[in-house]
Design a protein around this ligand. Structure first.
Ligand SMILES: Nc1ncnc2c1ncn2[C@@H]1O[C@H](COP(=O)(O)OP(=O)(O)OP(=O)(O)O)[C@@H](O)[C@H]1O
Ligand SMILES: [Mg+2]
Length: 529
């Protein structure tokens, strides 16, 4: 028999009846024992009612002796005690063949005790007819009823939106065997997001879900794509797919002095100095033009003239002449460089998504493309020449490596992340290797979507995951593909949640190949059977 709790759940003014909680969803009684623990401000054990099977992660409500207040939390752990299942008892049963009764006949067996542990997330009050959430400050009591929290009210606990119109529909929360759509508040994107997880767990898939949601809310997406993951989705959404060095080029005048000089091989020190000084005045002119007109068209000849002018000013006309030859050769050779921006800036204004494929480039060229593009985008955004947008960068550890390593993109992207909130740019970084990534950047991203991660990588981010109990942290390495912990700063999302990423509307990239099948296919196609 399930006994009813001391507090009447029938009292119509009580919190429980307001939430629609009754004995149907009662799952146990808070307990106290030297072995399984007693209630603290952080954790509460409870004895599980006979025939109730609450799932791990279920949101729960713990009644208190105040009918207007309850604690709420989540099931993080559980254990079943059964002295008849002690290994030595089981051995004796077999050795003496005493025909012992089954060690566990049912949940109702008097020697079987099931106890679960819950993490306390907060307190919920009924005040003047509405629900108010507070941090835990009152000690939970023993002997109190524990209920499954009504799924429909979970967004209230999390301070998350209740509808698609007010949030980004990223996936589902599960509680008590039921599913609920989860919406990330719209404040989150502008405070930046990082998607973490080892290889093949669903990061790129999830970034596609994020892109779909940004598009649904009318926010343009700009992505730099190393593996071609977003190409099919861009096509599906009638966005613009571009390929660096083919139909996407960098205006030479904005890539930065160091980067430009890297393009020109074999300059002597004197030549480098002259070209560097000349480049800087071109760069300043370019920034000015972008700022005031949003456009850019500084011919290569302008740079050549400027090199000549600077060389003459230094009294080094001949040196300048030789430098000009090398600069011309470098510019003509390189398909990445151009004088103007091309149409992609207009595409950002007109199309839902612009995806730039950079997978065929070497890493230093990718860095250059992403760094220079980020610089242009940030500048145009600051001057309001383009609308707010979302910037998605997969394989971010290559562009923002940790330690003392610094690439042309590191500085620019770091700066963009630092100030982007004020410029209304949303940055989404994706990495399988947080331990090799720039720490500062990891910390600045307010929202984290953490898929299964190896313990070493998990250690790097575990401090940033909010109020996750150790038991949940320990399970992160074993999360199934497509499941992730979403955590954000408290003013965006009150508690971290485990979500199952929703299905994509847009086509995802090709699935991970089955090598055995792929080899057979190859042999067939190449007549090598
Ligand atoms: N939520 C999901 N639902 C259905 N399929 C998924 C889901 N998440 C991932 N997949 C599939 O799993 C495979 C791997 O996913 P994905 O490419 O996103 O992994 P990843 O974490 O980006 O890996 P890598 O680090 O190697 O890039 C893909 O075939 C993808 O379609
Ligand atoms: Mg990927």
């Amino acid at each position: 028999m399930v006994s009813s709790s001391p507090q009447s759940v029938l009292n119509p003014s009580s919190l429980l009846s307001h939430l629609g909680v009754d004995n149907e969803v009662r799952i146990g009684t808070t307990s106290s024992s030297p072995f399984t623990g007693s209630p603290t401000f952080d954790e509460v054990p409870f004895h599980v009612d006979v025939n109730k099977r609450p799932n791990l992660g279920t949101y729960i409500l713990i009644q208190s002796d105040d009918s207007c207040m309850a604690h709420y939390g989540r099931i993080t752990n559980g254990q079943e005690e059964n002295p008849r299942a002690e290994p030595s008892r089981l051995q004796q049963n077999q050795a003496y063949q005493v025909g012992q009764q089954e060690p566990r006949q049912s949940d109702l067996s008097p020697h079987v005790t099931r106890v679960m542990m819950t993490e306390v997330l907060g307190q919920i009050y009924l005040e003047k007819g509405s629900l108010v959430i507070k941090d835990p400050e009152v000690l939970p009591q023993t002997g109190m009823s524990v209920y499954e929290f009504p799924v429909a009210s979970i967004p209230t606990l999390l301070d998350a939106p209740k509808s698609k119109e007010d949030g980004l529909f990223l996936g589902h929360i599960e509680s008590g065997g039921k599913k609920l759509e989860f919406f990330l508040p719209l404040d989150a994107p502008a405070r930046h997001m990082i998607i973490l997880g080892k290889t093949g767990v669903g990061k790129s898939y999830a970034s596609g879900v994020f892109a779909e949601e940004m598009i649904r809310h009318g926010i343009p997406v700009v992505a730099f794509d190393v593996l071609g993951d977003l190409i099919p989705a861009t096509e599906y959404k009638q966005g613009r797919n571009l390929k660096a060095a083919h139909d996407f080029r960098l205006p030479y005048s904005v890539i930065g002095r160091r980067e430009f000089l890297n393009f020109v091989s074999n300059l002597t020190n004197d030549q480098e100095e002259i070209v560097g000084v000349a480049y800087e005045s071109i760069y300043a002119e370019a920034m000015d033009s972008l700022r005031t007109t949003g456009k850019l068209n500084i011919s290569f000849d302008r740079l050549i003239d400027e090199i000549g002018r600077v060389a003459n000013e230094f009294g080094q006309g001949a040196v300048g002449g030789r430098a000009v030859g090398k600069v011309r050769a470098a510019i003509n050779r390189n398909p990445l460089l151009a004088t103007n921006i091309g149409g992609w800036i207009e595409d950002i204004i007109k199309k839902p998504i612009v995806n730039v494929y950079v997978g065929h480039l070497g890493q230093s060229e990718r860095n250059l493309v992403v760094g220079a593009s980020a610089r242009v985008l940030q500048l145009l955004r600051k001057e309001d020449q383009i609308p707010p947008f979302s910037f998605i960068l997969d394989e971010a550890h290559f562009f923002l490596p940790g330690g003392s390593e610094s690439t042309p993109s590191t500085q620019v992207i770091r700066e963009m992340i630092r100030t982007a909130r004020h410029d209304a740019i949303s940055i989404v970084l994706i990495t399988q290797s947080p331990s090799s990534m720039d720490r500062q950047t990891l910390l600045v991203c307010n929202t984290r979507l953490v898929f299964a991660l190896d313990p070493d990588d998990l250690r790097v981010v575990s401090g940033t995951l909010g109020d996750l109990p150790d038991a949940t942290l320990k399970r992160i390495p074993k999360l199934a593909r497509g499941k992730a912990i979403l955590s954000s700063s408290q003013d965006i999302l009150r508690h971290p949640v485990l979500i199952k990423i929703r299905e994509r509307e847009t086509p995802a990239a090709a699935p991970t190949p089955n090598l055995s099948k792929a080899v057979k296919q190859w042999r067939k196609e190449n007549n090598q059977n």
